[in-house]
Design a protein around this ligand. Structure first.
Ligand code: NAP
Length: 269
């Protein structure tokens, strides 16, 4: 697995991790399979796991906690606080509740899930800095923040670095290329791509067959290889099936050439 810097933190994290939206909502066989899929992903090096208090009202965090029980120290654990909990006290309470559901002592990355127009970012970030100071999270990130909101978030963190912004990015969803991606590249903020497989709508017929053959990649692997080509990108595909997890874990074993990256980018413009 290839590793990339987490912003300016000095930490390096796997370039392909695992998303966990919509996991943990089932029981029995399906639940066991979701746990097995995460464990397999960890085994294969996808040791960045992303969840959120919002996913299944905490059920995703509970399942992730179960899946990482024997491997907590190996995993870089990221979760998120929802905007309705952005007041100072609620941020602290939410983080503690997530930690409890995950069954851990701290999380590695605590992210603001969406910007809030209701609570000033300064108040929310004050609580995030308190969580860093008390060791409840190691790093602070945001999600779905525009350039301007990212700048405000940075300015509201006098004692910590803003290490990441998690946003939608895939070969079929590229709005961040206009300004957010170059901004984060310049500011050395990691960009964590969510829905990197366009939520499973893989544009198989539009991906060049000769390229898939040349690199011996599946369509999903080529999408993940493309999405993580720019320097600050990290991808967190979600896969409930072990066969998908295995495919995703080896998506960047080989890198496509710059010429092929450019050709592919142009094809999907
Ligand atoms: P995604 O990762 O783009 O796509 C997931 C879908 O792709 C699932 O249906 C999965 O099927 C399928 N898949 C996975 N690997 C595959 C492969 N190798 N071949 C074919 N199909 C494959 O979509 P996502 O779940 O929306 O995004 C990923 C993660 O990003 C989420 O789980 C969540 O952690 C995060 N996210 C964050 C936000 C935010 O606001 N911050 C928003 C959305 C998502 P199976 O499950 O059947 O394997």
């Amino acid at each position: 697995m290839e590793f990339r810097p987490l912003g300016r933190s000095g930490e390096r994290i796997p370039v392909v991790g695992m998303g966990t939206w919509a996991v943990g909502n089932s029981t029995g066989e399906q639940r066991n399979n979701e746990i097995k899929a995460i464990k397999r992903g960890i085994e294969l090096g996808m040791k960045l796991i992303d969840t959120a208090e919002m996913y299944g009202h905490g059920r995703s965090e509970t399942l992730v906690g179960e899946a990482i029980r024997d491997s907590r120290d190996e995993v870089f654990l990221a979760t998120k606080v929802s905007p309705e909990h952005f007041s100072y006290d609620d941020v602290i309470r939410s983080c503690e509740a997530s930690i409890q559901r995950l069954g851990v002592k701290f999380v590695d990355l605590y992210q603001l899930h969406w910007p809030s127009s209701r609570i000033p970012i300064q108040e929310t970030m004050k609580a995030m800095e308190e969580l860093v100071a008390t060791g409840k999270t190691r790093y602070v990130g945001v999600s779905n923040f525009s350039v301007e909101q990212t700048m405000q978030a940075q300015e509201s963190l006098p004692k910590s670095e803003l290490v990441s912004n998690q946003v939608r990015y895939s070969i079929t969803s590229r709005s961040i290329e206009a300004d957010l991606l170059p901004f984060c590249e310049k500011e050395k903020i990691a960009v964590i791509a969510y829905s990197p497989l366009d939520t499973g709508n893989i544009p198989i017929s539009r991906l060049p067959k000769d390229m898939l053959e040349k690199y011996e990649m599946t369509p999903a692997q080529l999408m993940l290889n493309w999405v993580t080509y720019p320097e600050p990108m990290i991808a967190i595909p979600k896969a409930g099936r072990i066969s998908h997890v295995e495919e995703n874990a080896s998506a960047v074993d080989v890198r496509i050439s710059q010429a092929d990256y450019r050709a592919l980018s142009k094809r999907f413009e």
